[in-house]
Design a protein around this ligand. Structure first.
Ligand code: FNR
Length: 379
């Protein structure tokens, strides 16, 4: 209602409401390199398009006269209650988007009690991000390093810093063919900003000849060569379990057979995702993959999803197709670019309001009651 109340006398400086407008404003305030680092995808960006098209193919079929005055958008995951089904997707090097980077985004999430997922590739050390959030919910995203000591160190640090779940991103064993980034050569940005979460890690630094402050270019080079590990197999998951007692979620699952393997290997959750179309060009849209993954999992572990969440109706559709919660990525980064902490908060607040209204107008009272009967797929 805040949005509608502003309508009679629109403030020219007011923040955008429309997703496309946030993106446009971000394009205006960011240099080409950082903007396309966020906005771009792999190859010809067909997966990025597939993510959005997948949402268009499913339509909500609203129900009437069902008393939707009181509504509940809360969820429960791993025995913990959360006030909404939104999380902030893990996003690296946010200081190329806004000088306050991860701290601004994390504070926005803390204010809204929306879990912030800190990326391994954060500009700021994970401890600093955690501290800025107080006791608000926070998860940590792991890039499984080639050096097992770095991986183990990250897991220990995350648990000690108060993160309550580990998201292991599997789809980025190496950086994909990202044409915009190759054109804009974003590596210099990274060298300028640094990946402080690695640069403060004792195991990572022990492999460097000089400290990251003395030779940032060499530290970045070492990071690019070790941040992912293409030789990993399902058997290696036991290593993670040995080093953390936190719930482990696998991010980047798209194939139902992988979903079954995840259950067999005892992980605690799955995130259906194609990394926002930034890894495999030509991959299946994430929402397209969701129903089959949920079927394969048979409700044994929670399934979350991301890649293409832009509006409340997207949240409702993903939840109706079996996701327990969704991760919001680019929309929040455009909010961060345009207005820092306030921008992220505004994007999340609007998405929650839109989700709540869409739920009500679809004729449902509780987000957890959504199911496929709320939807119809285009022929
Ligand atoms: C990402 N993503 C990502 N994922 C991850 O596990 N670790 C990371 O460090 C990053 N970094 C990152 C940077 C940027 C600029 C973007 C846009 C994305 C992927 C992210 O978590 C999520 O899967 C996607 O953002 C979802 O797609 P949409 O909805 O943003 O299009």
């Amino acid at each position: 209602f805040k949005v509608y109340q502003n309508m009679p006398s629109p403030d020219p400086n007011r923040l955008p409401v429309v997703y496309e407008e946030w993106e446009e404003r971000a394009r205006e305030v960011l240099e080409e390199g950082p903007f396309y680092y966020v906005a771009g995808g792999a190859g010809g960006e067909s997966t990025m398009q597939a993510n959005l098209q997948a949402f268009q193919r499913w339509k909500i079929v609203p129900r009437m006269l069902r008393n939707v005055e009181e509504r509940d958008i809360s969820i429960e995951l791993f025995g913990q209650g959360y006030s909404s089904p939104l999380l902030l997707a893990p996003i690296g090097v946010q200081s190329i988007i806004h000088p306050e980077g991860e701290i601004a985004a994390a504070r926005a999430c803390a204010a809204m009690k929306i879990p912030y997922i800190a990326s391994s590739a954060s500009t700021k050390p994970m401890e600093e991000i955690a501290e800025s959030m107080g006791d608000a919910p926070k998860w940590f995203q792991l890039y499984w390093n080639k050096d097992p000591e770095v991986t183990a160190s990250f897991l220990t640090r995350a648990e000690e810093a108060g993160y309550s779940a580990i998201v292991v991103t599997l789809d980025t064993a190496m950086m994909a063919w990202r044409e915009q980034d190759l054109k804009n050569v974003y590596l210099p940005f990274l060298i300028g900003e640094g990946v402080g979460n690695y640069f403060t890690d004792p195991a990572f630094c022990s492999n460097l000849e000089e400290s990251p402050e003395e030779d940032p270019a060499a530290a970045i080079m070492h990071w690019t060569q070790t941040f992912g590990n293409p030789s990993l197999t399902w058997e290696d998951l036991a290593f993670l379990r040995k080093h953390t007692s936190l719930p482990i979620l696998l991010k980047g699952i798209l194939h139902p057979d992988d979903a079954k393997l995840a259950v067999e290997h005892g992980v605690d959750g799955i995130i259906v995702s194609n990394h926002g179309g930034r890894q495999v060009d030509g991959a299946i849209g994430a929402l397209e993959a969701l129903p089959q993954v949920c079927e394969a999992v048979e409700g044994k572990i929670p399934v979350l999803m991301d890649s293409g969440i832009r509006r409340g109706s997207d949240v409702v559709k993903a939840l109706a197709l079996g996701a327990k919660a969704v991760l919001v990525g680019r929309p929040c980064m455009y909010g961060l670019a345009v207005a820092g902490e306030e921008g992220v908060r505004e994007v999340l607040q609007n998405m929650l309001a839109d989700t709540d209204l869409t739920l009500a107008l679809a004729g449902e009272r509780a987000i957890r009651e959504l199911n496929q009967s709320n939807l119809k797929k285009d022929e």
